[in-house]
Design a binder for this molecule. Structure first.
Ligand SMILES: [Zn+2]
Length: 179
């Protein structure tokens, strides 16, 4: 985008001087009362909003841009590594979650995935593996062991099945310590 703007500036052959204009000034003041720069800013916002709602098809990169990447018809202009990673792993992850928890699309979209991602960002890889195990019930509990024909009871209190919930609720001293 910046390269495209530079290209347009060079191509215009005009000297352009930048200065900061506070955005959205029309929220507190009438458009007609704003100075010229603030009015241009408001109009540019309207054009930008319009362009976003009109642009549901892939267009060529802006003139002057270098290599650009599009994912499923959408040009990616920021956080490229994250967006590529999401595009590669997102659909499979979503499919897994829908099947794993027997969720429908609406329920899936209720989860604040961005907040989960941000919260997990501060943890080490090792901690994040543990968090994934807890989120998806992959902990090596009796419940999981039963799938491999192993003992499913709680090794600490002898409860019939050591589920993830039980690991958190078991009152046994040893289990409390392990938690
Ligand atoms: Zn127990």
């Amino acid at each position: 985008m910046i390269l495209a703007i530079r290209h347009q500036l060079t191509a215009s052959g005009k000297d352009v001087i930048f200065h900061h204009v506070r955005g959205h000034q029309d929220e507190n003041q009438r458009f007609s009362e704003l100075d010229k720069e603030a009015q241009y800013n408001v109009l540019c916002n309207e054009y930008a909003t319009q362009a976003v709602s009109d642009n549901d098809e892939t267009e060529l990169p802006y003139i002057g841009s270098k290599v650009m990447i599009a994912i499923r018809g959408e040009w990616i202009t920021s956080h490229i590594d994250q967006r590529v990673s999401d595009a590669l792993t997102g659909p499979a992850m979503k499919k897994y979650v829908l099947e794993r928890f027997k969720w429908d699309e609406e329920r899936f979209n209720c989860a604040n995935w961005n907040a989960i991602e941000q919260a997990r960002r501060g943890f080490s890889k090792k901690d994040n593996i543990l968090i994934s195990k807890l989120l998806f019930d992959w902990i090596n509990s009796g419940h999981q062991k039963a799938k491999l024909d192993q003992e499913k009871g709680c090794p600490c209190c002898g409860a019939e099945e050591e589920t993830l919930e039980h690991i958190f609720q078991c009152a046994n001293k040893q289990m409390c310590k392990a938690r």
